[in-house]
Write a protein of this length. Structure first.
Length: 240
């Protein structure tokens, strides 16, 4: 990350690719005015980050460096205390404060961010979840999602021999990454009355509410301000 001005770097996980050698420090700044609206001097706050220069996240300033200018290499490390802040940028009035997940969970292959093992509720990165016909969350990764997650979690190449160490070692087209995946056509959920609510889910909740086997998708039978259709498509109330 190379930046300038007021910046907070919180809870990031920096990781080399497989066999990649030392390149630079993870967070860089510069002080020169290079004519592109970068006149504000760096003022950085760093906390909770993990990377090659601070694997335990105990002293984030060891991950920082001052570059000679916006485009040049590093001149010194770590950043001078002049450019360090001891507290983050305050949350403006009326805004919702952000709480960062611990960086260790971001980098863990089995943690909630990558979730390579694909354990429920599948709420990891990527196109990870879908609603099945009973309203439950199901895994939805395609082959590209799986390939990227496994490469990040295991520190391996994203595809084949491409390690991005040079232009020639980088993919040049979609074909170099195996082409577009073939997506299964899938099977639509049974919906005998064509009201947008699958029969399995509709009959279950209609029975719960004592309405036989049919629900009005526009009705508010759950009593929380959301329609029955919203309850299904948002996965709010799956059947057991």
């Amino acid at each position: 990350m190379r930046s300038k001005g007021f910046r907070d770097f919180i809870g990031n996980y920096f990781k080399y690719q497989s066999a990649q050698g030392f390149v630079s420090h993870e967070i860089q700044a510069w002080t020169t005015d290079d004519g592109n609206n970068t006149s504000f001097p760096p003022s950085f706050y760093a906390s909770g980050n993990i990377g090659p220069n601070d694997p335990n996240g105990t002293f984030n300033w060891s991950m920082t460096a001052l570059a000679v200018n916006e485009s040049a290499g590093e001149g010194s490390s770590p950043l001078s205390a002049t450019f360090q802040r001891s507290s983050p940028i305050p949350t403006p009035a009326g805004y919702i404060p952000i709480t960062a997940d611990p960086a260790a969970t971001i980098g863990s292959a089995l943690g909630p961010m990558l979730n390579i093992a694909r354990t429920a509720p599948y709420d990891a990165v990527g196109a990870s979840r879908k609603i099945d016909c009973s309203g439950k969350w199901a895994d939805a990764l395609d082959t590209v999602d799986s390939r990227i997650l496994n490469a990040v979690g295991n520190g391996t190449n994203l595809f084949g021999p491409y390690d991005y160490s040079s232009l020639s070692a980088s993919p040049q087209s979609q074909a170099d990454l195996g082409g577009w995946p073939t997506l299964a056509a899938g099977t639509a959920c049974g919906d005998s009355n064509n009201n947008g609510l699958p029969d399995v889910w509709e009959s279950y909740w209609a029975g719960v509410f004592g309405l036989g086997a049919t629900l009005d998708p526009k009705a508010f039978n759950f009593g929380d301000g959301y329609t029955n259709l919203e309850h299904f498509i948002d996965g709010i109330s799956p059947s057991p």
